[in-house]
Design a binder for this molecule. Structure first.
Ligand code: AMP
Length: 444
């Protein structure tokens, strides 16, 4: 199958040739004809599967073929994204695909001055990429009218709900013309998303190019158990040992990002951080420098790193496990993209066992554990498996104290999952781990 057999017009084919896209990816093969036929879409596609082109190419074609001019302060198609970086990235792809077409495209998001955006919208744009909050601001200030809108794309819809955008989405929904085409893309499909889809979509075609909630199989994943306080030291050790060149690191909080970046910079390591507290320009600069390999280690919170497409990124490190299990799939989806292979390493401490268990249950796999010599944790990370069980190892009977010991204690060394020594015969599940609440949560 080629892009030509999917019925794409020549100016799009020419743009794809320049970009080196030869064969449509599975999501593209299914989405392109459906969107061209005017269908609503509900697409579950893993990150890095080429979903942006899956919706952008047919959308550009429809707008070109229909031809009517966009009115002042209007948009004919709207692509909603959860974060500024993703909006910027999606817009960059759309603009590349549209390079030979007589269409205008633009991206609006918060964290930067609204005035230039209002100016730009005066003439109207064919395709507008936006984050929900800024879109509503522009609409309320009469800088944008949506009555000419014919297509709405919700990109990373699950993430928009995770970030607490459900109210904004409901407001936007009320602003839209009833007659329109709606395309919903999401890497993971929770019940909340299915509910949203039920409200927004009209007889949608469901596309599922990969099993639900399964991480990209091009990514080799494992965890290194470690005590919480030793994580920074272990990170530096692994980095030096593995001669890591370009690593995207995820930390749970903004403070966590800053602390790790400070520590790395203090050691003369070329690191930078992105999180929601930093001005947009600073975030974009750090990202650009990371993409061009000027920065070796980029530490990010989930919000800042969502959906980023970094070419040939070899390694993702979870310095902290994500609180929402689905985020694990998104995080490791930053590597192993477009058919490349990648690695994802998680540094896991005992406190995080429930998160680990939720991730294993969601991805239906037990993550391999690799002990790092000299970093074996004092606080053992209990065994887990893909069934959502945390397996508690029975305590060893206390040895009577021997006088004059003073030798080195072996702190918490334990067997890998699956290995059961005769001394510890009765490993049994003790409790079911609750599935994490993936409902709306506070913005980070
Ligand atoms: P996406 O999932 O949309 O973020 O795309 C992931 C990466 O795959 C991006 O770098 C795209 O440029 C690239 N890509 C998308 N479609 C194709 C294709 N058909 N052939 C080669 N690369 C592609």
């Amino acid at each position: 199958m080629t892009f030509a057999t999917l019925g794409l017009i020549e100016p799009l084919l020419r743009a794809l040739e320049t970009l080196g896209y030869q064969t449509p990816t599975p999501v593209q093969a299914q989405a392109i004809p459906a969107v061209l036929a005017g269908r609503d879409l509900m697409a579950a596609a893993q990150t890095g599967t080429g979903k942006t082109a899956g919706f952008a190419l047919p959308l550009l074609q429809l707008l070109t073929m229909e031809g009517p001019k966009v009115a002042a302060n209007s948009a004919r198609a709207l692509i909603l994204c959860p974060t500024r970086e993703l909006a910027e990235q999606v817009h960059a792809s759309v603009a590349e695909y549209a390079q030979h077409l007589p269409l205008t495209t633009y991206a609006v998001y918060g964290g930067v001055s609204i005035n230039p955006q209002m100016m730009k919208l005066r003439k109207g744009v064919d395709i507008l990429v936006a984050t929900p909050g800024r879109l509503i601001d522009l609409f309320r200030q009469n800088a944008l009218k949506l009555n000419q809108l014919q297509t709405l794309v919700l990109d990373e819809a699950d993430r928009m709900l995770d970030l607490g955008f459900s109210e904004e989405l409901a407001n936007i929904y009320r602003m839209l013309p009833k007659k329109r085409q709606t395309l919903l893309f999401s890497a993971t499909f929770s019940d909340d998303i299915r509910l949203l889809a039920g409200q927004m979509l009209n007889d949608p075609l469901s596309i599922e190019v990969s099993p639900r909630n399964v991480a990209a199989n091009t990514v080799k994943q494992w965890i290194v158990p470690v005590d919480k306080k030793r994580k920074p030291e272990l990170f530096v050790h692994l980095m030096r040992k593995g001669r890591w060149k370009q690593v995207l690191v995820f930390a749970k909080t903004r403070n966590g990002v800053d602390a790790l970046v400070d520590k790395l910079q203090g050691l003369g390591i070329n690191a930078d951080g992105i999180h929601g507290d930093k001005p947009q320009a600073t975030r974009q600069r750090a990202l650009d420098r990371f993409k061009s390999s000027e920065v070796q280690i980029l530490v990010a919170t989930d919000v800042a790193a969502r959906g980023l497409d970094i070419e040939d990124l070899p390694l993702v490190v979870n310095f902290d496990l994500p609180i929402v299990a689905e985020d694990y799939i998104h995080r490791i989806g930053r590597t192993g993209r477009a058919g490349n292979t990648g690695e994802a390493i998680s540094l896991v401490c005992a406190d995080e066992v429930n998160m680990l268990s939720a991730i294993e249950m969601l991805t239906r796999q037990t993550l391999t554990r690799k002990m790092e010599p000299d970093f074996e944790p004092e606080h053992r990370v209990p065994d887990t498996d893909a069934s959502g069980q945390v397996v508690k190892k029975p305590k060893k009977p206390k040895k009577p104290k021997t006088s004059g010991g003073g030798g080195k204690r072996n702190l918490g060394k334990w067997v890998d999952s699956g290995e059961v020594t005769p001394a510890e015969p009765s490993i049994k599940p003790v409790r079911k781990v609750p599935v994490f609440n993936t409902g709306p949560r506070k913005k980070k």
